[in-house]
Design a protein around this ligand. Structure first.
Ligand code: NAI
Length: 419
């Protein structure tokens, strides 16, 4: 590691830290109490500056942190270098590593025998349950930050293999209402535009999935003047999209006139051969869901007579009839893995990682009564982070009066209607 690399990583951490007031407050509160003293915490996430500030904050609160990258393409080696200089922090992460190398990095992380796993897409948890059963007894619990991971943890619970509590941090309003909606919405679009240098206004944008991420992408694209079509498999989400004024169609219809496609489903093969057959010449496709499998790039490859890297981060596939289809960042997360990508805005990750922090604390303090399985985080814990964030913004809100408190818990006719 060179001094220049180390300096660059430190500058990135400084910039992120100065825009993460909730973490500053967590450090102020917990660096003396050190609630994680003696606890080894594994962090699996995108290893860049915001995650770095989170890792520093866990270490400041007493934890021995061992980190690894959840996705190879999103790792920033200079930030990794800077983090490895910190006391009580170790890590295994490398940009551009192969799937096999990533697997090895994850195993090295788990060999530290973490008591808490703060996971992304349940990657470390799945690996530990699958291949390191000897480590399972040490694990007190898991906190999961993304939708795909919660889905996977629920599958583990159904299979009866989840032998410890797992907190669904993704499912808290303070996480998904901001990170998934605003974070993914803004960063997927800004990164897509930066990579392509194209205009969004007037374009036909097809968004696959109208969950939290899809809504963020769709509303923000609409706000920039795009004409947005939604594809869904859930009739309620489809109806919600329709009543919000979006066009709703099956993908086989939507592909006939879209300019830009963004997948946000947490599912696989959402764009596949039968769709590539009908896409317009010049179509741009990108994925904002956790895994690249949302787009069946191998099918496009099989159909193509040639491929070139037409711009950094854009693979242009030429089909036998001359149409060109452009895949951004090899269908990896467009907001994190494209050449210019920096992930979610800092302020959003300040909240997301604060939720992981308070969830880890909650799990540690209440592990005796939380049984094995996937649990929601209590609303008070969520509200506490919201209050910290509001305070950092200098925003005050009203408080319930005693009469109002009584009123919202009353049900008798007289109590409800009396003046
Ligand atoms: P969600 O569950 O709220 O939404 C997913 C939506 O996709 C659902 O409405 C579902 O009905 C729909 N869907 C599923 N299969 C589909 C198909 N074949 N065609 C069309 N629609 C389909 O989940 P959320 O929170 O929106 O997350 C979506 C994905 O994005 C997950 O993989 C999650 O881990 C990931 N994620 C990515 C982030 C990023 O930085 N890019 C940030 C947060 C989440």
């Amino acid at each position: 590691m060179s001094q220049a690399e180390l300096d660059s990583g430190r500058r990135k951490l400084d910039w992120a830290r100065s825009h993460m007031p909730v973490h500053a407050e967590l450090r102020r509160r917990y660096s003396e109490q050190r609630p994680f003293d003696g606890v080894t915490i594994a962090v699996g996430s995108h290893i860049e500056a915001k995650t770095g500030v989170f890792i520093e904050t866990l270490a400041a609160a007493g934890a021995d942190v061992v980190f690894t990258n959840s996705v190879s393409a999103t790792t920033q080696d200079d930030v990794v270098a800077a983090l490895l200089q910190l006391q009580h922090v170790q890590g295994y992460a490398r940009h551009g590593c192969s799937d096999n190398e990533l697997h090895e990095l994850h195993l090295q992380t788990l060999r530290h025998g973490p008591q808490l796993i703060l996971d992304d897409a349940a990657e470390l948890t799945a690996l530990m349950l699958d291949q390191c059963p000897d480590l399972r007894p040490r694990v007190l619990g898991v906190c999961e930050q993304t939708s795909t991971g919660v889905q996977r943890l629920q599958a583990m619970a159904r299979d009866g293999v989840l032998s410890f509590p797992a907190l669904a941090v993704n499912d808290t309003p303070m996480k998904h209402d901001f990170d998934n909606v605003h974070g993914t919405g803004e960063s997927a679009l800004t990164n897509l535009l930066a990579v392509t240098n194209l205009l969004l206004a007037g374009k036909r944008v097809v968004v696959a999935g109208f969950g939290y991420c899809g809504q963020g992408v769709a509303y923000k694209a609409q706000g920039w003047g795009a004409r947005v079509t939604i594809t869904e498999i859930d009739p309620r989400k489809a109806l919600r999209a329709h009543m919000a004024g979006f066009e709703v169609a099956p993908m086989t219809d939507a592909v006939r006139n879209g300019d830009i496609y963004i997948t946000t489903t947490g599912n696989r093969d959402v764009l596949r051969r039968e769709h590539f057959e009908y896409m317009r010449d010049g179509a741009v496709i990108a994925n904002a869901g956790h895994f690249h499998v949302e787009i069946a790039v191998h099918e496009l490859q099989a159909m193509a007579r040639g491929m070139r890297e037409v711009r950094p981060g854009i693979s242009e596939y030429e089909l036998s009839d001359g149409r060109r289809i452009n895949v951004v960042a090899h269908a990896n997360l467009v907001n994190l893995a494209a050449p210019t990508s920096m992930g979610h805005p800092i302020e959003v990750m300040d909240q997301t990682f604060a939720m992981q922090f308070v969830a880890a604390l909650y799990l540690l303090q209440h592990r005796a009564r939380l049984g094995a399985g996937v649990h929601a985080l209590p609303t008070e814990v969520d509200a506490e982070v919201a209050a910290l964030k509001l305070a950092s913004l200098g925003i005050s809100i009203d408080r319930l009066s005693a009469t109002q408190q009584d009123y919202i818990h009353a049900w008798r006719i007289g109590d409800i209607q009396s003046p």
